[in-house]
Unconditional design. Structure first.
Length: 78
C-alpha cells in the first residue's frame, strides 16, 4: 500500500485563540528557590497573592517564575 501526499506552500500566521469557546488563559507562579507553586488559575491576582504569602513565610524566597497557558490558533493567510 502506498500513501499519496500533497504539499502546498502557503503562508501562515499564528495568534491567540479568540473563539468564544476558547479555553481561558491560565496563570501560575513558581518559587525559583524551592519550586513550590501557586494553583493554576484564570485570575492572575490569585497567583500573585500566593507569591506574597509565600515570600511572607519564606523571606529568602524572592524569585518567581511565571507559567502561562495560553491557547493559540494557526490560520492560513489568504
Amino acid at each position: 500500500m502506498s500513501a499519496h501526499t500533497v504539499i502546498r506552500f502557503t503562508d501562515w500566521m499564528i495568534g491567540p485563540e479568540r473563539a468564544p469557546e476558547a479555553p481561558p488563559v491560565i496563570h501560575e507562579l513558581e518559587c525559583t528557590t524551592c519550586n513550590a507553586a501557586s494553583k493554576a488559575t484564570e485570575d492572575f491576582e490569585d497567583a500573585r497573592d500566593w507569591a506574597f504569602e509565600h515570600v511572607g513565610r519564606n523571606p529568602s524566597h524572592t524569585g518567581y517564575r511565571e507559567i502561562i497557558h495560553r491557547f493559540w490558533r494557526a490560520t492560513q493567510v489568504r
